[in-house]
Write a protein that binds this ligand. Structure first.
Ligand code: 2BA
Length: 108
């Protein structure tokens, strides 16, 4: 058994989770924050049999779009976006996916 950890954009998370559920995956959605941009994203936990991992990854990839996000540089801290802050465009996503081996899973 595997645990898939998929970090996706908030705007894609409902569609990705719905598509996974439709294909009989069980999904837990966590509200998370990226350490670099410090903006919200969504982490999906998907426990599944080894042979279904590729299917889950394909679904996540299919519904996760790459976006450009403006990141304020450290020199701009405290000045905000409105005051001529120095901003860089950062490419985010589609999705970052980790696959971990699971020793056991029980439901009580
Ligand atoms: P953030 O940490 O907010 O990162 C957002 C985007 O900023 C990243 O997009 C990447 O393009 C850029 N970035 C991140 N760290 C950087 C750094 N040290 N220097 C320069 N640019 C950097 P993605 O790679 O698509 O990542 C999207 C989100 O997925 C991340 O949000 C983070 O929450 C998660 N993530 C990505 N890789 C991860 C990893 N190796 N471990 C844990 N979480 C990860």
């Amino acid at each position: 058994m595997k645990l898939i950890i998929a970090i996706v954009n908030n705007d894609d998370s409902a569609v990705v989770a719905s598509a996974l559920t439709k294909e009989n995956f069980t999904v837990t959605k966590l509200s998370t924050t990226g350490g670099f941009l410090m903006v919200g994203n969504t982490t999906l936990l998907i426990g599944t049999e080894d042979e279904r991992v590729d299917t889950a990854k394909q679904i996540v990839a299919k519904y996760s779009r790459t976006r450009t996000h403006e990141a304020v540089t450290t020199e701009s801290f405290g000045r905000g976006f409105a005051e001529g802050a120095l901003a860089n465009d950062v490419s985010v996503g589609g999705a970052t996916v980790f696959v971990l081996s699971v020793d056991s899973m029980e439901k009580y």
